[in-house]
Ligand binder design. Structure first.
Ligand code: NAP
Length: 284
């Protein structure tokens, strides 16, 4: 299959490039240095030249606090940018896979969100990604929207590296207990996205490692299994952690639709273990 990926240098995009290449697909990737997705004329020309059968749009402005400070820029990059990619994909008959986020929800649910639950973003990043979802749905009849959460990746900046970096430097750790979602390994997500892509069934999917955790639980699990079991973490609430963006608090996802087509992801603890083993950091 000819697959064209945006955000190809990002945490997820780079892993998607590897997975798709390994299994023999014809893959081309672009990132912001080669193509700005907010430039409709350039996006249209690039997609027409590549003639992909599938477009995976993994590019986004993922700095949630930056998005809170500059909501118009967030809307342009994450909303209109996705609309450009979807419209260009539709013109060449390509299926459009849009990577979205749990932050389209308000975080008030009493259970993990299902795909049909009504989005109600509470911050500009979530609003911009929800705008992108709506533009994709309208512009491209052949679309998959794949929502995920709390990615951790080799080589990229992420929560695990931040926690371990602070522990190794002997810095005090304060982590919130009331923000809950699904820690998700980009390797597992990339595999799931490819499996869903090959199904070619249009729709909205959630794709996260199974189970939910608070940021505190996630941090504790990482420290306990990397030789830092004695490192204390001060448990705080989101109210103690001032930041420009308001996170949706109980925002775990349930992969109901993906499971219905046989695509499942292992529990988050097993995924973190696999990640730490590959980094040579797991001590059991
Ligand atoms: N990371 C998470 O925890 C998380 C959670 C839920 C959902 N997601 C979604 O998953 C997808 C992949 O996330 P990720 O963590 O892999 O993101 P990432 O590492 O930040 O990669 C995204 C890439 O897109 C590029 N980009 C930004 N604006 C662009 C533009 N206007 N034109 C072209 N490229 C642009 C970025 O360039 P710069 O680095 O120069 O900005 C970056 O290389 C995104 O759709 C994100 O919304 C991520």
């Amino acid at each position: 299959m000819r697959v064209w990926i945006t955000g190809a240098n990002g945490r997820l995009g780079s892993r998607l490039m590897q997975v798709l290449t390994q299994v023999g697909h014809n893959v081309a990737g672009v990132d912001v240095e080669t193509l700005d997705v907010t430039d409709w004329v350039a996006v249209r020309a690039a997609v027409r030249t590549s003639r992909p059968e599938v477009v995976i749009h993994a590019a986004a402005w993922t700095d949630v606090d930056g998005c809170a400070r500059e909501p118009e820029r967030a809307y342009r990059q994450n909303g209109l940018g996705a609309g450009n990619v979807a419209a260009a994909s539709a013109e060449v008959g390509a299926m459009m896979v849009y990577i979205s986020t749990n932050e389209v929800f308000d975080g008030q649910a009493e259970r993990p969100y299902w795909e049909y639950d009504a989005p109600r973003p509470i911050n500009p990043y979530g609003a911009s990604k929800w705008a992108g979802e709506q533009m994709v749905m309208r512009a491209s009849p052949r679309h998959q929207i794949v929502r995920t959460a709390w990615l951790f990746a080799h080589g990229g900046k992420n929560f695990i590296q931040s926690i371990l970096g602070a522990a190794q430097a002997g810095k005090p750790l304060r982590v919130v207990t009331d923000e809950i979602a699904n820690p998700t390994y980009t390797d597992d997500l990339a595999t799931a996205v490819v499996q869903l892509m090959l199904m070619e069934r249009a729709g909205v999917y959630h794709a996260v490692n199974a189970g939910a955790a608070s940021r505190y639980d996630f941090a504790r699990y990482v420290l306990d299994h990397t030789g830092h079991a004695q490192t204390p973490i001060e448990a705080i609430t989101h109210a103690d952690w001032a930041r420009p963006s308001t996170p949706p608090l109980r925002c775990a996802l349930d992969n109901h639709a993906a499971a219905s087509v046989g695509v499942t992801l292992r529990p988050w603890q097993a995924a973190v273990e696999a990640f730490l083993r590959r980094e040579g950091l797991w001590v059991g």
